[in-house]
Structures are given as structure tokens and as C-alpha cells.
Design a protein around this ligand. Sequence first.
Ligand SMILES: Nc1ncnc2c1ncn2[C@@H]1O[C@H](COP(=O)(O)OP(=O)(O)OP(=O)(O)O)[C@@H](O)[C@H]1O
Ligand SMILES: [Mg+2]
Length: 259
Amino acid sequence: MPMDAPPAGTAAPAIRAVGLQKSFGPLRAVDDVTFDLAPGRIYGLLGPNGSGKTTLIRLLTGLARATAGTAEVLGARMPSRDMLARIGYMTQSDGVYPTLSVGENARFFASMYGVSGDAAVEEALRIVDLADRRSTVTGTLSGGQRRRLSLACAIIHRPPVIFLDEPTVGVDPLLRVQFWGYFRSLAQAGATIVVSSHVMDEADRCDELLFVRAGRIIARGSGRELRDRAGTAALEDAFVRFAGDTVDSGDASDAGGPR
Ligand SMILES: Nc1ncnc2c1ncn2[C@@H]1O[C@H](COP(=O)(O)OP(=O)(O)OP(=O)(O)O)[C@@H](O)[C@H]1O
Ligand SMILES: [Mg+2]
């Protein structure tokens, strides 16, 4: 379990963005985002295709350079090479190697993060229910199985800060529940987790949601708070409501709320 994140609510933010911006030519994919995210909590990024969720995650992990503003993880200004071992990032497209076996992929990521011994590899594969597939060539796995392996590889070093970009796409309902149970146990052990998702029943498993539209955070709060503030019963309707308040902000996203 990650041990170096302080308990929730008591300490410095695990993740901080100040005036964060990323432009691609005239498009502001991330547009003046400022927030603090506390340790030990699960945050959901919710927004339509092209609203800037992945770009925001890439800025926070230090994989993309900001056009303006700053991102900090555990007090370190990103990008930071030293932070790589303390961040887990499950990308939206699987980052595992198709020609390696399941076990080889897991061992590769473990060694890349300086994790020695087989225990971490076995534990990660067990969590995603792939322990008995360790000899299978990754390219022959089903889409959902590959997603599971990507998760195992992303958290194999027990990082205190974890970014999961649509981690449960293609994952069956039963395993999805297990995934969320596991995310919760990581957060309870102190990890800060940022999950992007389009699945509304998953959104309610997050401690807090950040609605993302056209590169901006248009609302933030628990699912219940956001529904109450919008006066709607469904989260989709709450999103549309908040989006309606920001229509003239220069929309860089596709129309409509989250899927
Ligand atoms: N490398 C890039 N070059 C140019 N434009 C980019 C690049 N990366 C992202 N964009 C644009 O930035 C915007 C935000 O993209 P991003 O991938 O962050 O959205 P997203 O919210 O993750 O969408 P999805 O839900 O489909 O994953 C889009 O309009 C996209 O086309
Ligand atoms: Mg994305």
C-alpha cells in the first residue's frame, strides 16, 4: 500500500493545478484550470468526448507541457522525473506490449519502476484476475483482459498518486465492481485517485466529481451535491444544466453531456 500520502483532509494537496492551460494551435484543450485535490480521495473527471480530460491528465502527470500555468504532484512542479515512480497512469489506450506475455508485461513495468521480486507482479495480476494467464501472449487477450493488464501494470509500484483514464471501458460488470472496490482500498490506504469516466453509476463511486467542458471545470462536488445544486435527479441532467450556464465559453468539445 502507498504509505507516503498523508490522511485525507489534514495536509497539503496531493495534486494542484493553477491556471493550467494547454493549447493546440487555436484550440484551448485545457483552459485555465485551477484546483487542489486532497490525498486519500477518489476524484472523477466527467465530460464529453474532446472536453480535455485526457489532456488534463497528461499535464498533471507531466507527459504534456503546459502552455500556461502550473501543475504540482505531491508538492513537485510537473514535469518531474523524480515523480515518475510515485505516479501511476493507466492510459486511455492500452500501454502494454502485445508481443510480450502477460507476466512479461507485468515484470517489465515492475522493473521500470524499480520494483524487485515477483510478489508485486503476482499481487497485481491476482487483483485483475489474470494470474492464471501469465503465459498468454498479450496480443491474444480480449479487449477487457488487456484493460485489466493495463491496470495491473499502472499500479504495480503502489504509487501514491494514480490517474486512470477510462479504466473500466470494456470491462465486464462484475470485474468493474471489483475494480472499484480495489480503487477504494487504495484510496483508504492514502492514495489519491483521478478517474475519467463516462459511466454515471461509476461517477457516484467517486468522492468528488469535476465536470469538464471545453477544457474548463464547470462544476465540482459530490454527485449528491451536484444533483442538488442543479435541481436534477440524474447526473446527466445536472451536467447539461451546468453546461447550459457556460455555453458562450468557446466550446472546444463535441455537443452534449457525458455519454
Ligand atoms: N496532440 C494533439 N494535437 C492537437 N489536438 C489535440 C491533441 N491532443 C488533444 N487534442 C484536442 O484537444 C481536445 C481535448 O482532447 P482530449 O483527448 O483531452 O479529450 P477527452 O476529454 O479526453 O475526450 P474523450 O472522452 O474522447 O477521451 C480535443 O479537441 C482534441 O482533438
Ligand atoms: Mg480522453
